[in-house]
Design a protein. Structure first.
Length: 335
């Protein structure tokens, strides 16, 4: 989850090709492409249909020229000169099935390209223009009611962007809520246990005040990598919010989860994150632990009880693990 990064595609030219059967095919594709462009320049009604099917043309006009063979650039520029401002209308019509006024289309296209750059920076990979269009028109403008369906690979990329915390690369709070409901439903259906850890960094505000928010962000990224590396294959790690993190532990009862949390706390402390601060201390972690079905019967109660356990860990002096089950046991012994 935290290592879902890939490099930007490298430029791919088609010059100085050796004579092979594959290159004969490429040459034929190139000739067909040129013929199509010249034909469409004589027939405006066909341009939109062609653009909707031609990934290289969309990449070129979206600025991803490294994905497009150089011997097509001149043809695309001829199309740009031929269509003028109408090209923006054509592009958006091909991608969304919506027709915009030329001035609006030009401004919207520029905004989409800025948004595309923003998404690419956040994800660490070059996001396709179809993904950028859908995300921008849906989340920024609310205009995505009748957009063309995305290819599966682009939809996967968009879902990743929606579910991922931009700073740490972990799953975000929204996905955490959905995943916890899914896992608890599965646990209930098959009569299996499920546990939840909610964790909070101790003295993180003090660290931010001393070293600044840039170093605070870097610390959060390092901590996220630690939690991600520490999880089992079936676990889900998420950034719960701010300096809080959560781990969903399927097939894990209360006692096992408590043992995992204690080992996680000790390992975290040994890494000596974030410091030393002015008092010579390092960042530690407090953890609240609760489980289904022994402690809670639904998502809301599970989260609330884990939060309460975390609060008890904070009040107990931080850098410790707490659960409401131990509190109940101590009250019963006192009686």
């Amino acid at each position: 989850m935290s290592n879902r990064r890939s490099t930007r595609p490298r430029a791919t030219g088609t010059m100085n090709l050796q004579i092979t059967p594959q290159n004969h095919i490429l040459a034929q594709v190139y000739r067909d492409q040129c013929q199509n462009i010249h034909a469409f320049m004589r027939d405006d009604k066909s341009i939109v249909n062609w653009l909707s099917k031609d990934a290289e043309a969309l990449d070129y006009f979206a600025g991803d020229v490294e994905r497009v063979p150089r011997n097509l650039w001149d043809n695309f520029e001829m199309l740009r000169q031929k269509r003028g401002e109408e090209l923006f209308v054509d592009l958006l019509m091909a991608l969304t099935h919506k027709r915009f006024d030329p001035n609006e289309a030009r401004n919207l296209w520029n905004d989409i390209l800025v948004h595309k750059y923003f998404m690419s920076e956040k994800l660490g990979r070059n996001v396709g223009v179809r993904v950028a269009v859908l995300d921008f028109l849906d989340n920024q403008r609310g205009l995505a009611g009748d957009l063309r369906l995305l290819p599966e690979k682009d939809l996967d990329c968009l879902l990743l962007f929606v579910n991922e915390d931009g700073l740490t690369g972990l799953y975000n709070h929204r996905f955490f809520q959905e995943q916890l409901r899914h896992e608890l439903g599965r646990a209930r259906r098959y009569h299996r246990p499920l546990s939840l850890l909610i964790m909070d960094l101790d003295h993180f505000k003090q660290y931010n005040d001393q070293f600044g928010h840039r170093h605070g962000d870097e610390l959060l990224r390092r901590v996220a990598e630690f939690f991600e590396d520490s999880r089992r294959d079936s676990d889900t790690v998420a950034r719960y919010g701010g300096d809080e993190f959560a781990i969903i532990l399927p097939e894990t009862g209360h006692d096992e989860a408590l043992g995992l949390a204690k080992r996680l706390r000790v390992d975290f402390e040994s890494r000596r994150f974030g410091g030393p601060m002015q008092d010579g201390s390092f960042i530690t972690v407090s953890i609240g632990v609760e489980a289904y079905p022994s402690d809670a019967q639904n998502v809301e109660d599970l989260i609330e009880l884990a939060d309460q356990a975390l609060y008890r860990a904070k009040r107990a002096g931080r850098n410790c693990v707490r659960t409401n089950k131990t509190l109940k046991a101590s009250k019963e012994q006192a009686q």
